[in-house]
Design a protein around this ligand. Sequence first.
Ligand code: PLP
Length: 374
Amino acid sequence: MRPELWIPGPTQVRDELLGVMAAPMMGHRSAEMRALIHGLDPHLEAVFGVSGPSHRVAVHSCTATGLMEMALRAAGPRVLCLVHGAFSERFATIAEALGKEVERIESPLGASPDLAAARQRLKEHRFDAVTVCLSETSTGVAVSPAEVAAALSERGAASLLVDAVTYLGAAAIDASEHGLDFVFAGTQKALALPPGLGLYAVSEAMLERAAASTERGFFLDLLRITEAHADARPPMTPTISLHRALLRQFEDVAAGAVEAGLTDEAPSALSGLDGWQRRYRRHARMRDLTGAFLAERGLAPLGGGVASPSVTCAALGSLNVTALLGAMGARGFELAPGYGSLRESTIRIGHMGDHSVEGLRRLLVALGDELDLV
Ligand SMILES: Cc1ncc(COP(=O)(O)O)c(C=O)c1O
């Protein structure tokens, strides 16, 4: 038996969805495929908070890193990057690889992105894009879309590019209300599907500005892919199985069918909430339970930032991370070591996707037992 995956993605995938993915192939130019692609749109609008004509939604058969590059290719040369961990750094690295003029605003690992400094810099200098990560998977630190939008509202013609990879599906996003120009995620995190399909919402304003870019390429051309999605005719063979599983997951979450078995809250506490709101509430509950467990043990989540709804990074001091993860694996729970320079000193728990509150409690009991042994 493989241990249950509690790493910060990919995460555990329900058997029903694996079953959907095993269905026979169909032609990607078929009416069935086109209906499938169109069927995703209302759900994408719900999960990205797109209402009205200011934004469009789409999917692309690549992982989130591809979407980072797609957004940067569509933007002009001057890029301001808020960096507070390995994944927010990735935006800057890709921008440099594309030959952009990159300026970083760096915060220490575990801290929140420095929005005040970015706000100031945006007043002083013209940028074409500003990048920010809502949930920094390497440190477990989150920032809300509302906070980002409020701090960076005066940015001239700079497009606001927002990494929601471990945020989407775990907490609410309102791309239209907050004027996020490009916000994106992949399938393997809080949506609890295998990796391989990128999802995004993009503003009409950014699409207009993208028309001036000569670096959009082909496979990662924001305009080509967005238009092709609207027409349900992707310009390459799409990941058909993942599209099917995504639609099924969207339908099940929206109908409340997934959440019913995953929380420990009384149905009365949840009345009036739709399926997505229930999902966000369960993620907040899992985050809080994990934080409380660490606090009880005198262990702290890394840094002082706001905790991510889907990933906790725990600073373990001098404890042996490899031994602890090995022991947890033997108990049936796969956790992740820290990322990059944090590898030896932290562990990460991905409490995301279709994991239940009950399952998390079992994990924390096992983790507590192991910590008692050291
Ligand atoms: C915050 C964040 N951004 C970007 C990525 C890159 O996503 P992918 O590996 O799907 O390309 C990840 C992956 O873990 C991530 O956590």
